[in-house]
Design a protein around this ligand. Structure first.
Ligand code: CP
Length: 322
């Protein structure tokens, strides 16, 4: 795909995608618009364009993933990039090699872009200081997961034709959620109204600081308050693996208080439900809600490929301009 005149003149202001906290509404809009154009490519019989021919991308995954990993790989292949996949297990990381040494050794093999998922917040940022390659954060600890939030925003704006003025409630384990952080930054930048809902132990202490100058967050500990007047309910996975201790009495009690069930869809006729996956059926969402036509979970996954194509394409401009 050739860039439009507008994209040549007004590309991204950033060299990397580490998070959405400092991405402007212009940059987010550009990524979403570019993703829509790539989605047209994905609907064609031959779903491949030569856009990134000659560019080599390594996918460094230090943490498990299904959706993000597969969709980055697909996005790279659809753009005709050369790709290399790395998993921490089975690599020299298991022999004690550091992130810096791992990355520098891989870059010595002439890598242009690195997609990294890591359990430590800040690992992608650290990587930018070790290598010259363009770095894309595919999820770092509980910090950010920017491409997830971008595909979420694409899914929402497809449905409603806009993001500005929409009421989006993010419900569940906010404390451990990089998806929540990236969505808060992105949605506020785009003018949406964001409500955070969950049990007190699962909400960060300084939520107000996350809102920064972009807008205000509404905070509630009652699901009914979060769903009142809500356009989109974004349920988050309870991240048992990141909890050192149990932060709520039981899964059943959590579902009773914060799980979205059919009764909520019946009470809120226009409510759309989203979830980044993987879903704990019967915990964040009742199983019949997961499969309901107003749950956009698989639309989110489909949009993930187009959004990642857009991010790779727009950031590849940084390589060309060196
Ligand atoms: N939403 C998401 O990041 O899913 P994976 O962990 O499967 O990549």
């Amino acid at each position: 795909m050739e860039p439009t005149e507008n994209q040549i003149q007004t590309g991204l202001d950033h060299r990397h995608l580490l998070g959405l906290s400092d991405y402007s509404s212009r940059e987010i809009s550009l990524i979403l618009e570019t993703a829509r154009r790539f989605r047209d490519v994905l609907d064609r019989p031959i779903k491949r364009v030569p856009t990134l021919r000659g560019i080599t991308v390594v996918n460094l995954f230090f943490e498990s993933s299904t959706r993000t990993r597969i969709s980055f790989e697909l996005a790279e292949k659809r753009l005709s990039a050369d790709t290399v996949n790395f998993s921490a297990s089975g690599s020299s990381v298991s022999k004690g090699e550091s992130l810096k040494d791992t990355a520098q050794n891989i870059e010595a093999m002439k890598i242009d872009m690195v997609v990294i998922r890591h359990q430590s917040p800040g690992a992608p940022n650290f990587l930018t200081q070790c290598v010259d390659a363009v770095v894309i954060n595919a999820g770092d600890g509980a910090h950010e997961h920017p491409t997830q939030a971008l595909l979420d925003m694409l899914t929402i704006s497809d449905r409603f034709g806009k993001l500005e003025g929409l009421n989006v409630s993010i419900i569940g384990d906010i404390l451990h959620s990089r998806v929540a952080r990236s969505n808060i930054h992105g949605l506020l930048a785009m003018g949406a109204n964001v409500t955070i809902c969950g049990p007190k132990p699962l909400l960060p202490v300084h939520l107000d600081r996350m809102a920064s100058s972009k807008g205000d967050l509404r905070i509630t500990h009652k699901l009914n308050e979060a769903l009142e007047g809500c356009d989109v309910a974004m349920a988050l996975r309870i991240q048992m693996e990141r909890q050192g201790q149990s932060l709520f009495p039981s899964i059943r009690e959590y579902h009773d208080q914060f799980g979205i069930r059919m009764e909520h869809l019946h009470a809120h006729k226009d409510l759309i439900v989203m979830h980044p996956g993987p879903v704990n059926r019967g915990v964040e969402l009742a199983s019949d809600v997961v499969d309901h036509e107003r749950a956009l979970i698989l639309n989110q996954v489909t949009n993930g490929v187009a959004v990642r194509m857009a991010v790779l394409y727009l950031l590849s401009g940084q390589i060309a301009s060196e």
